[in-house]
Design a protein around this ligand. Structure first.
Ligand code: GTP
Ligand code: MG
Ligand code: ZN
Length: 274
């Protein structure tokens, strides 16, 4: 029978088939072949033996969060508490671009900002819109529901940013655990422990455990460079310009004048693996 993994707790795979859930182990062969099931996987399973026989080819996958078959990634980004971080946002955009998953920037906690504070952030946010990314605020529930219709969307981002809270708002029947972020540390407590896939209306959404840092060390400089999509507009004299030490570089010439300075700074940090 064909089903989809909607949750994994250690080696228990929760496989959904026609609204029923079967808790299955993975066939030994899968483990031997080093294939680890991910939430989002479509599988062939034996309902009597509660065994996953086969994992069907994945359309795409991420390692953190550990999910597969995603149409879009909502990068849940808080504007305050935890503080807005272009570094984390750019890292997550970079990973989405490398993995070929459309990123959507979903901003939370605008209500915690004073007008002046928001003004500053607004110009940064507008930059992301200008270069082509979708931006949505977490209070636009109707619009978000429309955006997830007929899609599988993963919520990813910093711990405490408000992923589970947004799940609960999208479907009043859900009751995912949420937690106030620690006042002392200014960050969340890693409330969500497991990836969970749920259907919301005609879409599917995956809530995932948040993180406090993201590691890009496994990606090459070239891979990282190509994810800064707006740099490609500037034709540098050197075809393989790295936009670093080259004497003539149109990207460097446009920092603060077309290119947001934090985007360039983050690019340099990412390739220097800082
Ligand atoms: N003021 C305000 N608080 C919010 C908003 N969204 C979420 N919160 C609060 O932020 C805290 C953290 O929210 P969670 O939903 O638990 O965060 P999370 O991203 O799921 O965190 P992890 O599961 O650890 O990754 C909770 O106290 C929420 O009530 C918002 O838009 N405004
Ligand atoms: Mg959570
Ligand atoms: Zn250049």
């Amino acid at each position: 029978m064909k089903g989809q993994i909607i949750k994994i707790i250690s080696d228990d795979n929760f496989v959904e088939h026609e609204n029923n859930i079967y808790i299955c182990k993975a066939r030994g062969k899968l483990r031997k072949d080093n294939i680890t099931p991910k939430v989002g996987d479509y599988v062939i399973f034996n309902k009597e033996e509660k065994i996953i026989e086969k994992i069907l080819p994945r359309k795409n996958e991420l390692d953190r969060p550990f999910v597969s078959n995603i149409d879009e990634a909502f990068i849940i980004t808080s504007l305050k508490n935890p503080d807005f971080s272009t570094n984390l946002l750019d890292k997550l955009i970079t990973i989405c671009e490398i993995k070929n998953i459309k990123p959507v920037i979903c901003l939370t906690k605008k209500d915690l900002l004073e007008k002046d504070e928001f003004k500053k952030q607004k110009s940064v946010i507008n930059y992301y819109k200008r270069i082509g990314y979708s931006v949505i605020y977490n209070n636009k529930i109707k619009r978000i529901k429309k955006m997830i219709k007929d899609k599988t969307v993963v919520f990813t981002g910093q711990t405490g940013a408000g992923k589970s809270s947004l799940m609960n708002k999208l479907d009043k029947n859900l009751n995912f655990e949420t937690n106030e972020i620690s006042k002392a540390l200014g960050r969340g407590k890693h409330t969500t422990r497991y990836v969970t896939l749920v259907s919301i209306g005609k879409g599917k959404v995956l809530d995932t455990p948040g993180f406090s840092s993201v590691d890009l060390s496994k990606y090459t400089d070239k891979e990282i460079k190509d994810t800064f999509i707006e740099f490609n507009k500037y034709n540098c004299p050197y075809k393989d310009c790295t936009h670093t030490k080259e004497k003539e570089c149109n990207v460097k010439d446009h920092i603060n004048n077309g290119i947001l300075d934090s985007r360039y700074e983050n690019y340099i940090k990412f390739i220097e693996k800082r």
